[in-house]
Structures are given as structure tokens and as C-alpha cells.
Design a protein around this ligand. Sequence first.
Ligand code: COS
Length: 382
Amino acid sequence: MDFVLDKEHEQLRALVREFAERELAPGAAERDEAERFDRALFDKMADLGLTGIPWPEAYGGAGMDYLAYVIAVEEISRVDASMGVCLSAHTSLAGWPIYKFGTEAQKQKYLRPMAEGRWLGAYGLTEPGSGSDAAGMRTTARREGDHYVLNGSKVFITNGGPADVYVVFALTDPEKRAHGVTAFIVEKGMPGFSIGKKEKKMGIRASTTVELVFDNCRVPVENRLGDEGFGFKIAMMTLDGGRNGIAAQAVGIAQGAFDHARDYALSRRQFGKPIAEQQAIQFKLADMVTQIEAARLLTYKAAWLESQGLPYGQASAMSKVFASDTAMRVTTEAVQIFGGYGYIREYPVERYMRDAKITQIYEGTNEIQRLVIARGILQAQR
Ligand code: COS
């Protein structure tokens, strides 16, 4: 067992941290305020080779592992959680299923430009009436010759709008629920595919969250991802890894808020001395840093398991629950340490607290994560 990162991962962390401080930090508050996604920043991440970290070089990737990927998401999110989720959804939710289940032609056509950062990816599972009960979806895909015709809508789609490639799930056999779901790769501009309502959110406001509308949308058969009826498993397996990307985002948010709170505690003077000298503040900082470290270890372990080809679904559910709950606790305490200044937008920590909340909700609520963990325990006993 080795708890020290190797040189390659340390170098990546340093590279991403420097990039995030230089390119993302200066405008993060303004983009949040304006609810503005900046595609040029994604392009800059592409220039650094961050948009295809775990994919082989043959598909335009960096040929690194999932640990490298979560370190990058963590460091981006430490400064700007909106860009963190942009990278996470692009890589884990859109890239992974194509890498894992795509044909060679699909990988060359879609994964390569995504890995190179020329195309942005998104994932469409959730619908207005089906969130936690993902198999309750209503969107249909009817085969007509060499096309499928999609009808329905998807909601809360991260990167939707700017994204060029969408991995979308629809029922080819509605009677069969989960076993009747099929996955498709839908391109921006395909006839009958449009972007609906753009959501106004509490946090991660510099990332887009939209509705996708399919109105007799014609998708060529060669864009089916995997076999008919295999889509639900693709969706679930994709989320198994995606959830650890969200854990990494949560660790980054918590670390960013902690860093601001620690610096503030050292400089803010009350009762004639820095507040960091008061035990009440020291105990908060000690708890915060301990929880962050535990969350990081769970996240890195899940990434390591995936990189080793070992089962990681339960480990990802654990990292996601713990890291997101940690992000919420730590950011709330960071606001408390800042006192009245913590509550106003001129200071950064209220943004971290708003950004943290979604990590307990998306890619499966924490209640669903606990269900996944519990199922794993019970199955192991059988
Ligand atoms: N990996 C592989 N297969 C999986 C799987 C996984 N992680 N999870 C479920 N499956 C398979 C099951 O094995 C089952 O297949 P068989 O019937 O052939 O055995 C099939 O999928 C249906 O699974 P299950 O019966 O468990 O489905 P449920 O309807 O009970 O739903 C939960 C399971 C609740 C776990 C699922 O709906 C879920 O994860 N919901 C949350 C959705 C979510 O995260 N949404 C966020 C969207 S992205 S922001």
C-alpha cells in the first residue's frame, strides 16, 4: 500500500493547479454572477490535454489513468466547480460509454474529437418524470429502416447547448422498462433535436443545465451505442464512474473553501489577535481538514480500483456520498468562519457553499447512493 502519489500524478496536479489559478480564478465570480459558460476555457483545458485524460492516445487521449482524471477534476473544482462539472460530465458521462461500448468507427468519429477537446460531450438520462427511478423514462426510439426516430425530452443536462455530442437513453421497447432501454449518440444539429429551457440555478451557475427536446429526431442506426435493450446497463455503469468524478468535484470544492477559510482566519483579527488563534476556529479547521482528507482517500481509492480493472461501483457510491456531504459541511463552516463577510458575494465562500449542494443531488442523490451501497452489502452476504 502506497499513500504517496507518483511523480506523474504530482506533476499533473501542479500543472492543473497552476492553470486553474491563472486562467479560472480571475473570472470565476463574474461567470457565476452572469450565469455564463465560457467555451474558451474548455478549449484551454483541451490545449493542456485535460479533455481526454483516461483515454488511450490512439483516441486522442492522454493515456493516463482514472486517478489522474479525478486529480484534474479536483484541482479545477478547487477554483471553479462549474468548469469541474463540465470536465467531469464530458469525460465520465459522455466519453466513458463511447470508450467502453462504442464501435471502432464511433470511437474515431466521436471519442477522438471529444478527447482532443474539439467537441464537448453531454449525457441525457433524466426526464421530467424520472429522476431517481431512471427506468421510468418515457422517451421512445422507434426503428424506421436505417434510422431510429426519437421522441420525448430530457432535463437537467449538464453541458447541454454548447455540447456537440450527447449520449442519450430512450425506450426501444417501452413494455420492458429497464430492459427496453437503448443508448444513442446524438449529434448537435440532427433533425428534430433541439435545446429547450435553460435552468437558472442555485450553484454551478457558470455551467449550462438545459432541457433536450426530441421531436421525431432521426438518428442513424450506426449511432446506436451497444445493443438494443442494453442501454440501462450502460447508463448505470456510466454513472458508477461518473459518481467518482462528482466525489472529486466535491473534494475540490471543500478544499477550495477550506483554503479561503484558513487564510481568512490567519488574517482576520478580533479581540486583539488573529481568529486562527482561537480554539473555536482551530477546532473547525481541524475537523474540516480531517473530513477532506478522508473524502479524498475514498475518491482516490475508487479511481484506483477502476484503473486496476477491479469492481468500483460501491466504492464510487461511498466516495460520492462522503465527499459531497463533506463539501456541504466544510463550505458551511467556511461561511461561518468568515462571519458576516461569508454571507456576501464579494467574498468567495458563499459561492462554494452554493456549488457544494448539487454534489449531494446529481448523478444519483445521496439517498440513491446509500441504496447502492446497501445493495452491495446485502449481495455480498448472500
Ligand atoms: N451496473 C451494471 N448493471 C446494473 C447496475 C450497475 N451499476 N445497476 C443496475 N444494473 C442492472 C441490474 O443488474 C438489472 O439488470 P438484470 O435485471 O438483468 O439483472 C437492471 O440494471 C435493472 O436494475 P435494477 O432492478 O436495480 O433497477 P432499478 O429500477 O431498481 O434502479 C437504481 C436501480 C435505483 C440504482 C437506479 O435507477 C439508479 O441508479 N437511479 C439513479 C439515477 C441517477 O443516478 N440519475 C442521475 C442522472 S445523471 S445527473
